[in-house]
Design a protein around this ligand. Sequence first.
Ligand SMILES: [Zn+2]
Length: 425
Amino acid sequence: MASYLRSFAERASEVVFDQFGGRFHDLGPENIEESLSEEAQALYHEVFQDVDCSRIIDYHVHLVGQETERTGCYCHPSLLEGNNVLQRFKANCFLSAMNVKRDDSDEAYLERLMALCENGCPPRLVERDGGHWRMCGLALDYAHDTSGDANPGRTSLHIPNDYSYDVACKRHTSFIPTCSIHPYRADAVTELKRCRDRGVRLIKWLPNSQDLNPASAQCDAFYDAVREMDMVILSHTGDEHSLTAGSVENSYGNPLLLKRALDRGCKIIMAHCASEGTFLDLEANEPERSRRIPGVDLMIRMMSRPEYEGLLFADISAVIGTLRAKHLKTILSAEHIHDRLVYGSDYPVPAINVVSSTKQLWILGLITWKDAQLLNEIYRFNPLVYDFAVKRKLSFEGHRFPVTVFQEHPKLIMTHWRKNAPGKN
Ligand SMILES: [Zn+2]
């Protein structure tokens, strides 16, 4: 009886997590073409028709793992066990969105991601273009203190640089390797060079959860090395709510803090267009300086400066989230920055049911009611395609994201890395 009750309780909680997390069709992403209704199929083809599938790059896909001894990936203990109800709840919603179980190996998540990616573009168009889209699989360094030591207790998720690289080497048709290096590390520049020598170009930062102040003078030597090696920092901007188990300092998400890197000539991609949260206007004098301004406005202010042309970019990952969607009209209307936007999904985030709502996008007047229904149909088969399709369909007073956003940016080429991989050409 006790075991019956336990399994009933487990099943009931799974249903709840699936409600918040993922709720995917058992048929799987490989059956999307024949299983969608005729109208949804037409929309699915339409969003890929004018894109070169072989040049689609998702600049923002999270690698996730927990098998520290085997793969080096690390999750904060409060996400896996213990009494922190909020963190455990979040972790379970993420597991459901990722379509994996608590005890699955780290490969299970990769297999799911590969299935979504390989079955993303319609096969006919993959054949036409000679390839399908690729994903930058993000590494994530530990939080570090100002003396340069890693602090696992303040870290929510750690994905080693070697893990991202190995994943990409083994699955090079889908993944592009990245690195994540905390600039306070004593070996930061050495590690940067090691990654650069392997052909890695993208450096992921999540300052809010890494105890990393991008405006600190401690970053300067790192910034100079990034510029000299022509690498690119993809830095989270705006508030952070997902990775908060270790530590979180949202003032580090202020886009203005990245001026220090830009003024030293570094290339920066501001993740999420800083679409969540408000920040101090650090450029103003008092009393304006104490006023809080939406991050997205600060992002556009910086992107509008001629001196940052060719250096500053932004990704549109997570911008359709329920807490961020209210800023979509601003981003869609700012056509003068569209040539510097790149596509990102922030997967697994768009696979969380409660994070994105087509109903909300319809209420905001950004998609039609009909398309909202068809996009929901696509979501159940492939949340990665859903994210792509929604962003292709968004429209506000005639403003849309141009097709160039969804393809590799000529100034942010990431696909040459295999030239440097051992034994590859
Ligand atoms: Zn992210």
